[in-house]
Design a protein around this ligand. Structure first.
Ligand code: DGI
Ligand code: FE
Ligand code: FE
Length: 198
C-alpha cells in the first residue's frame, strides 16, 4: 500500500472494521481534521492518524497478544490483564508494517490515543480528543461541554477528558493504566507551556 493514501486507508478500514467501528473511524478522522484547522496542525496527518487510530480494534485479544509476542513488542502487566489496551500499541505497529506510515508523529498519535502521555504533540492531543468527542460518541458525560471546549482550549479539553475517564474507571472498578494517571497529573500540574513537544 502506498503511504499516505487517504482513500486506500479508508477502504482498508472499511474492510477490516465492523460498520459501527468504521463510522467511529470516519468521525475521528474528520473531527481531527477540524481540530487541525483550528490549531494550525497538519490536516492530512490528522486524517491519516484518525483513520488508522483503531486499526487494531477489530482483532481478537488473542490476536493482539500473539502479534506482540511474535514481534517482540513489550507488554506491561496491565496490558496483559486488559488486552484491549493493546489495540493502540498493536495499531501503531500495523500502521508502520501494513500501512507503511513513516511519520513518527502519526505513529505516536496512534500509540498514545487511549492513555495519552505526558508531553503530547499537537497531533497526539488532537487524536486523543477527536476520539472522545467525534459525533458518533454518545455516552460520555459532559460531552456537550467538552466538544465546545475542544475548539476553545485544547489542553483544558484534554484535562477534562482525562479526569472524566479516571472517574469512570474508578466507578466501574476498571484497572487504571499508570500512563493515564501520569498524563492527567502532568497536564493538571500545568507543565503545559514549556514541556510539550510539537
Ligand atoms: O478505542 P475507542 O473505544 O475508540 O477509544 P479508546 O481507545 O480511547 O478506548 C476507550 C476506553 O479505554 C474507555 O472505555 C476508557 C478506556 N481507558 C482509558 N484509559 C484506561 C482505560 N481503561 C483502563 N482499563 N485503564 C486505563 O488507564
Ligand atoms: Fe481506541
Ligand atoms: Fe477510537
Amino acid at each position: 500500500m502506498k503511504a499516505n493514501d487517504l482513500k486506500k486507508i479508508r477502504k482498508a478500514m472499511e474492510k477490516c472494521q465492523d460498520a459501527k467501528r468504521f463510522e467511529h473511524t470516519l468521525g475521528v478522522a474528520y473531527t481531527a481534521a477540524a481540530l487541525a484547522m483550528r490549531y494550525d496542525g497538519d490536516i492530512k496527518n490528522a486524517q491519516i492518524a484518525g483513520l488508522l487510530h483503531d486499526c487494531a480494534k477489530c482483532l481478537s485479544d488473542e490476536k493482539r497478544l500473539s502479534i506482540c509476542e511474535k514481534h517482540n513488542i513489550s507488554m506491561t502487566e496491565i496490558e496483559r490483564r486488559n488486552p484491549f489496551l493493546l489495540h493502540a500499541k498493536v495499531g501503531s505497529f500495523l500502521a508502520m508494517e501494513e500501512y507503511k506510515i513513516k511519520d513518527p508523529d502519526i505513529i505516536h498519535a496512534i500509540l498514545n490515543h487511549t492513555t495519552g502521555r505526558p508531553g503530547m504533540s499537537l497531533l497526539e492531543k488532537i487524536i486523543f480528543i477527536a476520539d472522545y468527542i467525534e459525533p458518533g460518541r454518545k455516552h460520555a458525560p459532559n460531552l456537550k461541554e467538552i466538544r465546545k471546549l475542544a475548539f476553545e482550549n485544547l489542553d483544558a479539553a484534554l484535562i477534562k477528558i482525562l479526569s472524566d475517564t479516571l472517574e469512570y474507571l474508578k466507578s466501574t472498578d476498571g484497572e487504571i493504566d499508570p500512563m493515564t494517571a501520569r498524563t492527567y497529573e502532568y497536564y493538571v500540574g500545568g507543565s503545559v507551556e514549556d514541556s510539550d513537544e510539537e
